[in-house]
Ligand binder design. Structure first.
Ligand code: FAD
Length: 409
């Protein structure tokens, strides 16, 4: 069986290894000058390659409700066993798995060495960017790269999305899908796991602040989701893992011209009534002090100063002299500070994309229903994971299974 794999990223490499283990003859066509570039930047250079906590709730999609049947066939234990078979030691940090070296390059190295170990069966061609893919009448697939063309029995599209295009994934996978001319549906592609830009112009005052809290996403006045963790405030908007987790929904909201807001609760340990009662007690206790002193020990100084300003209070004001209404506004900001989202940062800043080829277009073997010799894997599909090793897990799951099925189907 001659299998062509377009894209030598995470999903393409594992697909090649899995197909070769089933005796297939594999060619990887990689557009860049080297394979696996994106792996090197994952997990801040440490590569969080999977996670102990793995179920359907860790993944989002517009076109499939439950991806657990795929995870049951190749999940966390299979991923760990696979990398163990490549002699890679790993460490478990509260359920988040990293290579023991804490170097993303280790993950790429062991994959490369395994490709080399199968060099009789796996041919890696770099600098070979696929331009079109044609499903031929006899069921074979023609791939055109510049002036060259290749004919394969099966092709696996593993081109990634258009997030972080400097690593090679420039969105050409969507064009390849269109070049098949089978009318397949591609769900709108938006940046995800990305920072959000906000309309407020006063954010410079709190730029650089990192603060524990809860963020709630509100679209057209309705609460969509909520996440907790370290929030990072920047001069243009908000960042940090909880913001990343909600960002795909915010991106779709912006793309659909909805009113997108993020609301912060910087006192998630106390409910509103309890916090208000605490602040009234503090106000009584410290009524002779200046607001500057009142704020000390409450929360980050820059944030307190901003909240005072927003409530119309000067840091020089005596606590006892602050009018009730202004004090009430000040208190409410700690639990309900709301920013209007303008747009997400672009694809260049996004870790992943949401959207992609509809999951309704593929069968249980990752083959396209309309072109059964063409398989689609990884981020090119309409599945996106939350932060924590889930996007690579999807690359390993889809890539491994598609490689095996393409060799055996
Ligand atoms: C900064 C950053 C940090 C991340 N950290 C993590 C993390 O810690 N854990 C995690 O799980 N996920 C993480 N991710 C996400 C994860 O890296 C991706 O989801 C995953 O790599 C996707 O794998 P893929 O094989 O689908 O695509 P890619 O890895 O993007 O590979 C696609 C390959 O296809 C090639 N290609 C594209 N078009 C063509 C063409 N027309 N012809 C030939 N070749 C082509 C590209 O050059 C590329 O090599 C991170 C992403 C970024 C950007």
């Amino acid at each position: 069986m001659k299998i062509g794999i377009i894209g030598g990223g995470a999903s393409g490499m594992i697909a090649a290894i899995s197909a070769a283990r089933q005796e297939a003859d594999v060619t990887i066509l990689e557009g860049g000058d080297r394979i696996g570039r994106k792996i090197l930047v994952t997990g801040n250079g440490k590569c969080n390659f999977t996670n102990h906590m793995m179920d359907n709730t860790c993944f989002r999609s517009n076109t499939i409700a439950d991806i657990s049947p795929f995870l049951e066939k190749f999940g966390v234990e299979d991923t760990l066993a696979f990398f163990t078979s490549l002699q890679m030691l790993y460490k478990d940090r509260n359920g988040y798995y990293y290579p023991a070296s804490e170097q993303a390059s280790t993950v790429l190295d062991v994959l490369r060495f395994e490709l080399e170990a199968h060099k009789e069966q796996i041919n890696v061609l770099t600098g070979c960017k696929a331009r079109t893919v044609t499903y031929q009448k006899d069921g074979t697939v023609k791939v055109v790269c510049g002036t060259e063309h290749f004919i394969f029995d099966r092709v696996i599209l593993a081109c990634g999305s258009k997030a972080s295009p400097k690593t090679g994934s420039d969105g050409s996978g969507y064009q390849l899908l269109r070049s098949l001319k089978c009318g397949c549906h591609i769900e709108e592609v938006v940046p995800a796991l990305v920072q959000l830009r906000c309309k407020e112009d006063y954010l410079k005052a709190v730029s650089g602040v990192r603060i524990e809290g809860q963020v709630t996403l509100i679209l057209d006045g309705s609460v969509v989701c909520r996440e907790q963790g370290e929030i990072q405030l920047t001069d243009y908007g908000v960042s940090g893992i909880p913001v990343f987790q909600i960002s795909r929904f915010a991106s779709y909201g912006c793309a659909n011209s909805q009113d997108v807001r993020v609301q912060f609760d910087f006192m998630p340990g106390m409910n509103k009534e309890k916090f208000e009662a605490y602040m009234m007690e503090r106000r009584n206790l410290l009524c002779d002090r200046k607001m500057e002193q009142f704020c000390a020990g409450l929360l980050n100084k820059k944030v307190c100063t901003l909240f005072c300003k927003m409530a119309g209070i000067s840091m020089e004001d005596r606590v006892g002299n602050v009018p009730d209404k202004a004090f009430g506004r000040f208190v409410s900001l700690f639990k309900e500070w709301t920013l209007r989202v303008d747009k997400p940062n672009g694809f260049d800043m996004a870790q992943i994309c949401a959207g992609g080829l509809s999951m309704q277009e593929i069968n249980a073997h990752f083959a396209m229903k309309k072109c059964p010799s063409v398989y689609v894997v990884g981020e090119l599909l309409d599945v996106d994971g939350i932060c924590g090793g889930y996007n690579l897990q999807w690359a390993w799951t889809s890539g491994y299974l598609a490689g095996q099925y393409a060799a055996l189907d």
